[in-house]
Design a protein around this ligand. Structure first.
Ligand code: OFO
Length: 159
């Protein structure tokens, strides 16, 4: 049985994952409007992935006898500037989520819940990948310049 403190912390993370999903969905709509279909596709996939993280955490919580809750999800930003700015925001947001997951591991550790620590280590590792992926895209955009964005957009469409 999971402790109430840890249950509440995981429910907060579920809300954060759903917020992330909405953020990426809004970015996807923005890029679609701007005519960047590859980026819109990539961001749409990212939105799905974040929603799946929320569901995975909820399933885990229920498996441990806890109660999963969907709380109010705050509004996400509605607009960005350039292609580069969108993906810089993706990178910054992934770094922020990594901090949230690290803090959640600390809560699980404080509650001496080994199973939850083990479950969360998967997310710690996944965040390393997500940060690296976003950072690589930011780097490519910087090197590509305006003309190279068409190539990058075609690459992102392959996700
Ligand atoms: Fe939920 O994986 Fe990144 O943010």
């Amino acid at each position: 049985m999971i402790t109430e403190k840890l249950q509440n912390a995981i429910n907060d993370q579920i809300a954060a994952e759903l917020w992330s999903s909405n953020l990426y969905l809004q970015m996807s709509f923005y890029m679609e409007k701007e005519g960047w279909e590859g980026a819109a596709h990539w961001l749409g996939k990212q939105a799905e992935e974040e929603r799946e993280h929320a569901l995975d955490m909820a399933r885990y919580l229920m498996k441990r006898g806890g109660e999963a809750k969907v709380s109010m999800i705050d509004v996400v930003p509605q607009g960005w500037g350039s292609y580069a700015e969108v993906f810089k925001h993706v990178y910054d947001h992934e770094c922020h989520v990594s901090e949230l997951i690290n803090t959640l591991v600390d809560v699980a550790s404080g509650e001496k819940d080994k199973a939850t620590q083990d479950f969360l280590w998967g997310y710690v590792r996944e965040q390393v990948e997500e940060e690296a992926t976003a950072s690589a895209i930011v780097d490519k955009i910087r090197k590509a310049g305006d003309a190279g964005l068409f190539y990058i957009d075609a690459e992102l469409a392959k996700r």
